[in-house]
Write a new protein. Structure first.
Length: 474
C-alpha cells in the first residue's frame, strides 16, 4: 500500500517549532518511501481560530520546501481538506457510530467536556447512557440540544503498537467517554481525526506523545466501524529546558519569530530534524532532499529533545557561510536600506558573510556606517597592538596624506600602502591599521579590518572620518 501521511494543523497563529517538526517527520515518512504528503486544516475549534493563520501554514511549508500532494488549495481525490467544510460527513458517521453502539446521545449540560483540549481520566457517569435509542431520537426530533459521546464498555487492557515506543498497554478503565460531536454540530479532534484519516486513506499518523493515552479511544472507533487503524508514530515533545515544553501559548519562538531574527528556513528545518531523530552517524548538515533519502522513523528517539538556540545559531552560521556571495548579498540587502551614506555593498557583504551567524546580527555589525558613534579616545589603547592615543594620532597623521593620493581604492592596494607606511616609519602593522579601524568605525569589533572598512566606506568618507578622528585626538 502506498504510504500516505497528513499534516493537520489548527489555524491558531504562527507555526510552532513542535508543529513544524511534526510536519517534517510526516513529510519525510511519505517522501522516503515514495508516498503522498497531505495537508488538512483542522479548524473546528472556532474559539482558537485566528484570521490569516491558514495562509501562514501555506507560506511556512512552501518556504521550507515541504510541498504537499493534496490539500485545500490544490485539491485531490479525498477532499474537502478543511474540516469545517466536512461537517455533514462527521454528523453522518457520528449517528452511524451511535447505531453501532460505539457512541450515545447525551442531553446533559456538560459544556466543559465539549472543549477540544479537556482532559479527563475517569469515565463520566452519564445517565444518558441508559436512555433507549428510540427515546433519544424522539428528543432530538423535538429540537432538544445534544452531543454525541463515546461509549466505552470494554474491560481489560488495550494493547497497540507504536513505531517509537513499541507495544503500549492502557487499561480501558482509564479512558473517559469524551464528546465526539458537539452541540453545534462540529466534531472534536478525537472524532474528526479518526474519520478523516480513514476516509483519506492515511497509513501513518505522527503526533505528540501526549496523545498516547487517547489512542485506545481512537482504536475503539476504528474497531466499531470495522476500519483498519493507521501505523502510529508518537514523538516526544520539544523542550525549552529540562522541565518546560516549548510552547506557542507560553510565547516561545515560532518559525516566523526565528526567521525574523535572521535564521534561514533551511537551517531551521535541518536543526529541527535532529530534535528527536538521528541519522546514525556524526553528520549534522542535511538538505531537505538528503533527509528524504536517508530518513527512517525507526531512528526517532523516545526522549524529549531540548531546543538549543546556540546550536541552531551555530548551524545557521554554517548555512550562511555556504551561500554563494550573490545569495548572501541578496539576503543581506534589506539590512542596508537605512544607510544613507554611500557604501560599497558588495564589499560589505563579503566582509560580513564569514563573520556572522544570523542575518539579525548584521544591524549591530554595521551601525557605524551611517555615522561614527561617539567614542572615548581611550578606545585607541590596545596592548596587543601596542597603541595609545598618542600612537594613534601619529599613525593617522602619517596615513592621511598617503591615502589622499591613492588612486586604486581596493583592499589589496590599501593594505600594501598602509603596510609601507608602517615600514617607512619603523612601526608595527597593527600600530597603523588599528587606529585606522577605530577612526573609521568608533568600535572595537567590526566586520572587517581597516582596509576592508575603507573600501566599504569609499575614499571620500574614509578621509572625512580620519580627519574627524585627528580633531578628536588633538
Amino acid at each position: 500500500m502506498k504510504t500516505r501521511t497528513r499534516f493537520a494543523p489548527s489555524p491558531t497563529g504562527y507555526m510552532h517549532i513542535g508543529n513544524l517538526r511534526t510536519a517534517l517527520y510526516e513529510y519525510l515518512i511519505a517522501k522516503s518511501s515514495g508516498g503522498d504528503f497531505i495537508l488538512r486544516i483542522e479548524d473546528t475549534d472556532q474559539k482558537r481560530y485566528v484570521e490569516g493563520a491558514t495562509d501562514i501554514i501555506y507560506q511556512t511549508l512552501k518556504r521550507v520546501g515541504m510541498l504537499w500532494d493534496e490539500g485545500p488549495d490544490i485539491g485531490g481525490n479525498f477532499g474537502p481538506y478543511v474540516q469545517s467544510e466536512r461537517r455533514h460527513i462527521y454528523a453522518q458517521y457520528a449517528h452511524k457510530l451511535v447505531e453501532l453502539g460505539g457512541a450515545y446521545y447525551c442531553f446533559c449540560a456538560h459544556k466543559d467536556d465539549e472543549e477540544e483540549n479537556s482532559v479527563s481520566h475517569t469515565k463520566l457517569k452519564d445517565p444518558c447512557k441508559l436512555i433507549p435509542l428510540d427515546e433519544a431520537k424522539k428528543r432530538i426530533a423535538n429540537g432538544e440540544p445534544f452531543v454525541v459521546r463515546q461509549n466505552i464498555n470494554k474491560k481489560g487492557t488495550s494493547i497497540f503498537h507504536d513505531v517509537v515506543y513499541g507495544d503500549i498497554e492502557i487499561d480501558y478503565d482509564e479512558l473517559d467517554e469524551g464528546v465526539l460531536l458537539k452541540s453545534d454540530g462540529l466534531p472534536t479532534y478525537n472524532f474528526a481525526n479518526v474519520v478523516d484519516d480513514h476516509l483519506m486513506q492515511i497509513t501513518h499518523v505522527v503526533r505528540g506523545n501526549e496523545y498516547i493515552s487517547s489512542t485506545p479511544k481512537y482504536n475503539l472507533i476504528y474497531e466499531a466501524f470495522g476500519w483498519q487503524p493507521p501505523i502510529y508514530v508518537h514523538v516526544p515533545p520539544v523542550m525549552k529546558d529540562a522541565q518546560h515544553k516549548l510552547s506557542k501559548r507560553n510565547g516561545d519562538a515560532s518559525f516566523q519569530d526565528l526567521v525574523a531574527k535572521g535564521y534561514l528556513p533551511e537551517a531551521i528545518l535541518n536543526y529541527i530534524a535532529l530534535l528527536g531523530w538521528n541519522p546514525g552517524d556524526e553528520r549534522e548538515i542535511f538538505s531537505l532532499k538528503e533527509l528524504e533519502e536517508i530518513f527512517s522513523s525507526e531512528r526517532l528517539n523516545k526522549s524529549p529533545a531540548i531546543f538549543d538556540i546556540n546550536k541552531l545559531t551555530w548551524m545557521n552560521g554554517c548555512y550562511i557561510r555556504n551561500l554563494s556571495a550573490q545569495e548572501f548579498a541578496t539576503l543581506a540587502e534589506p539590512y542596508y536600506q537605512h544607510i544613507t551614506t554611500p557604501i560599497d555593498t558588495v564589499a560589505l557583504s563579503a566582509a560580513l558573510q564569514p563573520r556572522i551567524e544570523t542575518l539579525g546580527q548584521i544591524a549591530e555589525q554595521i551601525d557605524f556606517l551611517q555615522a561614527v558613534p561617539d567614542y572615548d579616545v581611550s578606545l585607541y589603547e590596545n596592548k596587543k597592538m601596542k597603541t595609545t592615543p598618542e600612537v594613534a594620532q601619529k599613525a593617522l597623521t602619517l596615513v592621511l596624506p598617503v591615502l589622499e593620493n591613492v588612486a586604486e581604492w581596493n583592499n589589496e592596494n590599501l593594505f600594501e600602502v598602509l603596510k609601507k607606511v608602517a615600514v617607512d616609519h619603523e612601526m608595527k602593522n597593527g600600530q597603523i591599521l588599528y587606529p585606522v579601524r577605530i577612526a573609521l568605525s568608533g568600535k572595537e569589533t567590526t566586520p572587517g579590518g581597516a582596509t576592508e572598512l575603507a573600501v566599504i566606506l569609499g575614499k571620500e568618507e574614509t578621509l572625512k572620518r580620519i580627519r574627524a578622528a585627528l580633531q578628536k585626538l588633538a
